[in-house]
Design a protein around this ligand. Structure first.
Ligand SMILES: O=C(O)CCC(=O)C(=O)O
Length: 306
């Protein structure tokens, strides 16, 4: 579906201005998107799983652990395959009472397919950055409807290492996310970034329950958390029902491919714009963006905001 087709369907949760901003800029932030009862359930479940991580000593299917992880001080960088960690996370992704799939429908059209979900934590002092990247080169689809809905479980200010999106980059080129030898790096090369106006980046800020929707082509990243609090952000990916993955997903869940709103598509929508071919994750495995990118400080983003 084109943006015009999608906008011709009545909005369920977002305003017309928010939907139009998403299609114009490639992202939109929405303050107060998630009601308090849902937020509380998500926060409590996240806290419990963080507590349970104290007994885990190495990264596994559930936890991506940072180098400082220990029983006394959990350092979980990511909860993987979120919808398989606790039923609350799948209810939030799919149930009739959750606003999340309706927000997705406002951005991809009435037929909504679930792709994947994770919860990224960013710990104060850990120096974790997410380097500039686009999402779709890691999990290409027949079209560019996939959208990531990032839900802030805590307050996010400039100091918390917020997501930063480059406006309009979804209409620009798709970049390789590989090094000179063709090995996957999960990030755009310094040479390619020379052509990008990184200073135009917009921070996705907001209180607990705020949301940022990012199109799969939009260039984005985040710098280290320099605040005193952890920054937990749940990231749910959906596509239109007529989008089909043409390579194995990096982090398949038991729910990947489920239709959560509307019905299955009878035709695939194929967008002619080319997409680089990622590694076959089924063959080489996928850790997380932190393991792919390495955890290094990123000069460009740090320079931007001092
Ligand atoms: O957690 C972040 O700040 C960025 C997340 C992200 O872009 C990703 O995991 O692909």
């Amino acid at each position: 579906m084109t943006p015009e087709d999608i906008l011709s369907h009545p909005a369920r949760v977002l305003t017309t201005a928010q939907r139009e901003a998403y299609f114009r800029d490639g992202f939109v932030t929405v303050e107060g998107a998630i009601p308090a009862d849902w937020l509380e359930k998500l926060q409590q479940t996240s806290d419990r799983l963080l507590d349970e991580s104290r007994g885990v000593t190495a990264s596994n299917d559930a936890y991506d652990l940072g180098p400082e992880h220990g029983h006394e001080k959990p350092h979980v960088r990511r909860l993987r395959k979120l919808v398989d960690r606790d039923p609350v996370f799948w209810d939030f992704a799919a149930s009739e009472t959750s606003p999340l799939p309706d927000i997705a429908a406002d951005l991809v059209g009435p037929g909504v397919k679930f792709h994947s979900a994770k919860l990224n934590y960013k710990w104060p002092g850990a120096g974790e950055v997410v380097k500039w990247h686009q999402d779709i080169p890691a999990w290409p689809h027949t079209n560019y409807s996939p959208v990531t809905l990032g839900v802030h479980l805590g307050q996010v200010t400039s100091a918390h290492g917020p997501l930063i999106c480059i406006p309009g980059s979804h209409d620009g080129p798709l970049f390789f996310h590989t090094d000179a030898d063709g090995a996957w790096t999960g990030t755009v090369s310094e040479a390619d970034l020379e052509a990008v106006d990184l200073a135009s980046g917009v921070e996705a800020l907001g209180g607990p329950g705020s949301l940022v929707a990012i199109n799969c082509r939009t260039l984005h990243g985040s710098r280290a958390n320099s605040s005193a609090e952890v920054r937990p952000m749940a990231l749910y990916v959906y596509s239109s029902a007529d989008a089909f993955a043409w390579m194995p997903p990096p982090s398949p869940t038991s729910k990947t491919g489920e239709i959560v709103r509307g019905g299955p598509a009878r035709f695939a929508h194929v967008d002619p714009r080319p997409c680089p071919v990622p590694p076959n994750w089924e063959e080489i495995g996928y850790g997380s963006i932190f393991t792919a990118q390495g955890v290094t400080r990123r000069r460009r983003v740090e320079t931007k905001t001092g």
